[in-house]
Design a protein around this ligand. Structure first.
Ligand SMILES: [Zn+2]
Length: 191
């Protein structure tokens, strides 16, 4: 009996380890509250990259920004939660947004069902993309592509689906570089 208890303990411990990513700042850590709507459940088959669209200072407090974004999303837009699943700040910190199993939201015309939404904070029509943000974008993309078996051909940006400037000029330009193409090629070879 004691042996079975020990086995169970080991199982619980290792399964927790399998889901927790050491690079992820979880929802509970930025003070998020849950309000899940079961009819919003979906299954991931795309990864879609966005910019925040507003100028974001490198030292702005992201914790309070996210809490405000969450209340605005619910009160002004009637959304379940913040619109994105992963939020990357100017320093490359990666925050957990809306739970991945629930489809995101958008102010534009595409249907985000099936899309894992990653946003890099900043306005890349005007602001420079930071190296730390690029590295973190790769971390999240690689993790999701591997976990959800998303092929490189389904890793795109907001403006591939809707009439918008998102993800902004500088981020769009980066996604046409040889470096990003090589990164996608490596993912494709691994998966
Ligand atoms: Zn967007």
């Amino acid at each position: 009996m004691r042996y079975i208890g020990l086995l169970l303990l080991v199982f619980v411990f290792t399964s927790n380890q399998a889901t927790a990513q050491d690079w992820l700042i979880e929802r509970s850590e930025w003070g998020s509250t849950d309000s899940l709507i079961e009819s919003n459940r979906h299954t991931i088959s795309y990864i879609t990259i966005h910019h925040g669209g507003e100028i974001f200072d490198d030292d702005k407090n992201v914790y309070s920004y996210l809490k405000n974004l969450q209340s605005w999303s619910r009160s002004a837009r009637g959304w379940m939660d913040v619109p994105y699943h992963y939020i990357i700040d100017r320093k490359g910190n990666i925050f957990e947004g809306r739970p991945l199993d629930y489809r995101g939201d958008t102010n534009t015309s595409y249907d985000p069902t099936g899309h894992a939404l990653i946003v890099l904070l900043g306005n890349f029509e005007e602001q420079e993309l930071r190296d730390e943000q690029i590295e973190s974008m790769k971390t999240v993309t690689e993790y999701l592509a591997d976990w959800k078996s998303v092929p490189a051909s389904k890793i795109k940006t907001h403006k591939d689906y809707a009439e918008t400037l998102c993800p902004g000029k500088k981020l769009s330009e980066y996604l046409f570089t040889k470096e990003w193409k090589q990164f996608l090629g490596k993912l494709e070879a691994e998966n």
